[in-house]
Design a binder for this molecule. Sequence first.
Ligand SMILES: [Zn+2]
Length: 377
Amino acid sequence: MTVWDWKFRIFFQTEVKNEVKEWMTKLKYEEYKIYENIVEFYSSFYSFGILFDLMSENVSEAKTYLTYAIESIDKIVQTPMALAPYYRQRIKSNFKDSQIQQQLLHLLDVSLKAHEVKFEYWCLVAELLGNSHEAITNIFLSDQFDSTPYKRPAQRTIHRETQATFEKMYLFATTDTTLNKRFGNNAIKNFGKKITVGNGYGEWWDRDISATGHDELVLYTNDNEVKREDYFYTIIHETYPGHGHFYNFVCHNNTLMDHGAMMLTEGWATYCEWNTFPSKYVDVVKHNALVFLNNSYLLDCNTRANLIYERKRKQGLKVSQFITSLIYATQYIGYLEAYYLGALWIEKAIAEKYHSPVEFLSMLNKSNKGEFFKLWL
Ligand SMILES: [Zn+2]
């Protein structure tokens, strides 16, 4: 399955839904049942953010999506107040047709008072995690858990040598003998590298889903303000032993691979960030991920969005620098949760059952996937 974000497309895009259904026919009965639940959940609602992004991305289909959205207005989920000014402005700048503007503004207003699907989402998580569910949610819901986020330690800035620094860090990680033993030797061969202007961390595009048909790595320079630890752990996450290693070790020639199985793919890369080079930085990153899960489980949409908004403002960030994370946290249901829940599940599985990460990867390579399918959310 090569549409990596199919969960956020199936509500509007019939062709994506058909592709998922077709792919599902390859699954065994129990696996098929799991997938049916995931598909049913993601087909049962849409968010304003998803509609807006699809309309902006696919202008020729914009009216079709909009018409369907209006017909299904009872399926729209809540948009937090914190995003309303941003969307009001973007509606006007992205769409010149005044009827489209009016209809979008109306949908946005309705969504501000709409319901959440938080309960349904966490029920699905409980069902998929099965016996592990209680132990995993306890990590971030127990009374002992401190749900205040920690401040990231100060980092040095890499002003220019982003390319040379990448080469050094990549070599350092891929030739670390302890890591090679635990995760297996680096399975990545050739890949394209693009260190480019833009905000964010990085992306790994596996050859099955990249535009060029080759493995591609993208890293962002953040206005020439790349922070040392952010950069290093991004490289771990994206290349070795994160995404690049994972895809090359496990997924090729595996017709059952679902690139949209985010608890598996992003969970693995996040597991690698947390479990390769211990540091104060990683402790804080992991703690804040658990705070995110805690808030996602316990707080309503507006409270959560306001907290994120206030924290980012306190860190001195401009709205344009964090609006994307606010959108992902509230409009792409389960998106960020999948990173952290997947990592927690893999941590537990490796500690209790597979002894080492490379054994876990080898299990995924075998035909009988077993618990593998629990990570397909
Ligand atoms: Zn990733």
